[in-house]
Design a protein around this ligand. Structure first.
Ligand SMILES: Nc1ncnc2c1ncn2[C@@H]1O[C@H](COP(=O)(O)OP(=O)(O)OP(=O)(O)O)[C@@H](O)[C@H]1O
Ligand SMILES: Nc1ccn([C@H]2C[C@H](O)[C@@H](COP(=O)(O)O)O2)c(=O)n1
Length: 213
């Protein structure tokens, strides 16, 4: 079974996917983390997103991706990259990397090599990468709501975060389209657990965990 959870930046994809994956007892897979890793490694190697040497460079790196239900982790050999790829600098550069078809193909190859069951989150999991997924969801919320949530975990001011989110939404628009059959959820009025419960309740029979009450 594959469940896809796509959505706009900071709409809650990772937190919600982790909660759904834990309830189902399966891993979740953050595709954004791979685009972030590519961005950080390109920057550290002094390669632009357009450089034809970038994909061969990435292929040569000892990059290891741990898609755990509790949270995805990323390693370069023994160096953990998980926190490094969540910086404002990576946020600012990642859309240019994600716009490159050869980089998208590099990420998609790594994702399709994973063995189901899992919950996959990102922008195009339900459309391009796993079009045959059994259940598809798409998360939204206003930029202000998303910025407010992010401000609780980052040092930047809420206005600055909101402006950066609006810019990233615009740059990611091409690949951030809900699948026609996706359940679209406005997370604005919902708690994190409320979103998780909405998704669990909408899963096809057999995929959802047994209800106790
Ligand atoms: N429904 C919700 N109610 C309140 N807070 C939420 C909700 N959903 C997510 N959050 C909080 O919003 C923040 C952003 O969530 P998260 O990192 O899961 O989003 P994301 O879509 O994966 O982000 P990104 O696109 O940057 O990877 C986190 O602090 C998370 O706890
Ligand atoms: N399937 C995906 C996942 C991510 N991206 C791009 C767009 C985002 O700006 C960036 C980081 O993702 P996030 O951590 O915010 O989920 O990666 C994409 O194009 N396709």
């Amino acid at each position: 079974m594959i469940v896809t959870i796509d959505g706009v930046a900071a709409s809650g994809k990772s937190s919600v996917s982790s909660g759904v994956a834990r309830a189902l007892g399966v891993p979740y897979v953050s595709s954004g983390l791979l685009y972030r890793a590519a961005t950080l490694l390109a920057h550290e190697a002094g390669l632009s997103p357009h450089d034809p040497a970038l994909v061969p460079h990435l292929e040569a790196q000892p990059l290891r991706f741990e898609p755990l239900a509790g949270g995805n982790r990323l390693w370069l050999g023994t160096r953990e990259l998980t926190a490094d790829v969540q910086s404002a600098a990576v946020d600012a550069g990642v859309s240019a990397v994600a716009a490159r078809p050869e980089l998208r193909a590099w990420v998609d190859r790594r994702l399709r090599a994973l063995t189901p069951p899992f919950v996959a989150e990102g922008r195009d999991m339900g459309t391009a990468v796993f079009p045959h997924a059994q259940a598809k969801f798409y998360l939204t919320a206003s930029a202000r709501v998303r910025a407010g949530r992010r401000a609780a975990e980052r040092p930047e001011a809420v206005d600055e975060i909101e402006a950066a989110l609006i810019l990233r939404d615009e740059r990611d628009r091409a690949q951030s389209v809900p699948a026609p059959e996706a359940h679209v959820i406005d997370t604005g009025p919902l708690s994190l657990q409320g979103v998780i419960d909405t998704i669990l309740a909408a899963l096809p029979q057999g995929a959802a965990p047994a209800r106790t009450s």
